[in-house]
Design a protein around this ligand. Sequence first.
Ligand code: PRP
Length: 212
Amino acid sequence: MNTALNIALPKGRLGEKAYSLLKSSGFSCPALEDPGRKLIFENPEKNLRYFWVKPSDVAIYVERGAADLGIAGKDILLEYAPDVYELLDLGIGKCRMAVAGKENFREPTGQTLKVATKFPNITRNYYAEKCRDIDIIHLNGSIELAPILGLSHVIVDIVETGVTLRENKLQVLEQILPISARLIANTASYQFKEAAIGHLCRRLQEQKEGSL
Ligand code: PRP
């Protein structure tokens, strides 16, 4: 049986922050610090294995057991509702989900609101609660272009620093919810590797509290 803890990290800025938190909590992996184009990194001494995966895929690796643990944004967890355990709010990758539009935006009357987004489920749920009819335009990136080019009236997207909105003359119109990165676990691994997962979780929690 594979006893190593397999951890899926999201490629990019969030993954780097997450690894640095793991490292300072005692879960370093020197091979990962000089990655080249490799995607899998092991630390046999600590019985750890890390993978870099696309941020939106972390939950899939964890849900299906290819990884025991993963770091995923709350946005991904809400959007895909994977069957995983959410163990800890890591307090990193903080941003918000918001509705944004042009600076002079006026709600169109008598028309279905056209909303461009990478997050169709979050968007559908948000507007369903407000009983507002919408037409979702599902894009994969550069969402801010949609209202500028007349593809949509508004967007639902992540806002972190607000620079992308500002530089494209858009503004937040409504806040939907705050987002941060979560430690998630495969439900079977959580039972079979309970001691190792519990230890990692406690160390991360202590490290998080120490840095507050
Ligand atoms: C995200 C998001 C916004 C931007 C917000 O995009 O979709 O475009 O970051 O960040 P800011 O408020 O700090 O400017 P990402 O970088 O993931 O690129 P994408 O739009 O191509 O997905």
